[in-house]
Design a protein around this ligand. Structure first.
Ligand SMILES: [Mg+2]
Length: 320
């Protein structure tokens, strides 16, 4: 457990530091408020700070207020160290954002109890953040493949399109469908089918650049976004992925399965009035052409804005 001590008094600082080290804490020391705030800016900043109230320059109260104004996560637990003992002063300290206080010179057992309360709260906070992160992960990832799920990859498409528009840059949109996937499920069972999906997802994820997005769009269908890729580059990226996907057999127990996939490519180019739905439809059409032309191949269709449908919203073509 990391603790930051901020105190302008050398004697008090050393005493606190020695005590805390003896108790096994990982201690960082700051001589004034400004230095304390700097330490808290670091990515591995302590989540608990023992803060002297009376310091030259920035007082402990001001440091408290600054920390709370930032409102950043994870929470910083503030234990205010004060020689002031009037009740009104303490209220002022708590109002400024301190969590607890301890009178100076401190009593060892009292300090121990206060720190226990602080570390407990910091631990709970960390658990809460981890739980929230796990929930977010659950809500945005496909549980089988760990790729983005359908709604997340569609969100990513909207975001990337907005960025492409802002920066006048292209965006490659690739629809991928594993070939004859039903055959694998029917002949080797669904666990084998799941293993194939996981491995195909892994190969695609490993095959793209760090800033590309790969999502599971449907059963054995995947949507890939390639920022800054026009038509030609999107095609070569798709071709590279196709080769990586089919490069080696997938081993499942004693069975070795060779999988292939068909790729439909289109790209949003600067100056074209594209829509997310139109791009997906176009990539889907290209995928359909790839399927029709013998599978295990990449096909591209240039995107041209289509007139909006007169009545009912059009359906996305489904390639199998
Ligand atoms: Mg002081």
């Amino acid at each position: 457990m990391k603790i930051l001590i901020a105190d302008d008094s050398v004697v008090s600082r050393h005493l606190l530091e020695a005590t805390l080290r003896k108790w096994g804490y990982d201690v960082t020391v700051a001589c004034d408020g400004a230095e304390a705030l700097q330490v808290l800016e670091r990515p591995d900043a302590p989540a608990l700070i023992i803060l002297d109230w009376m310091m030259p320059g920035m007082t402990g109260l001001e440091v408290c207020q600054r920390i709370r104004q930032r409102g950043s996560e994870p929470y910083t637990y503030i234990l205010l160290l004060t020689s002031k003992s009037q009740k009104e002063d303490l209220i002022e300290g708590m109002d400024a954002g301190a969590d607890d206080y301890i009178a100076k010179p401190f009593d060892q057992s009292e300090l121990q109890v206060r720190l226990r309360a602080g570390t407990r709260l910091v631990g709970l906070q960390a658990d809460l953040l981890a739980a929230r992160e796990a929930l977010r992960e659950q809500a945005t990832r496909d549980s089988l493949t760990r790729l983005w799920n359908r709604s997340s990859i569609l969100d990513a498409l909207s975001r990337e399109l907005a960025r492409a528009w802002r920066e006048s840059s292209p965006l490659g949109v690739v629809m991928v469908d594993l070939d004859h996937f039903k055959y694998i499920n029917d002949n080797h069972g669904h666990p084998a089918g799941d293993a194939v999906l996981r491995e195909a997802a892994r190969r695609m994820q490993n095959g793209v650049r760090q800033y590309d997005s790969v999502g599971r769009y449907g059963g054995e269908e995947f949507l890939i976004l390639l920022p800054n890729c026009g038509e030609a580059e999107s095609c070569s990226q798709a071709e590279r992925l196709r080769k990586q996907l089919t490069h080696t057999d997938i081993r499942i127990d004693d069975t070795s399965l060779w999988i292939t996939a068909s790729f439909g490519v289109t790209a949003a180019l600067p100056g074209e009035p594209w829509t997310a739905e139109g791009l997906i439809r176009k990539a889907d059409e290209a995928l359909y052409v790839a399927k029709k032309s013998g599978r295990n191949r990449v096909e591209i269709l240039a995107y041209h804005a289509e007139p909006a449908p007169a009545a009912a919203p059009s359906e996305t073509a489904v390639a199998t």
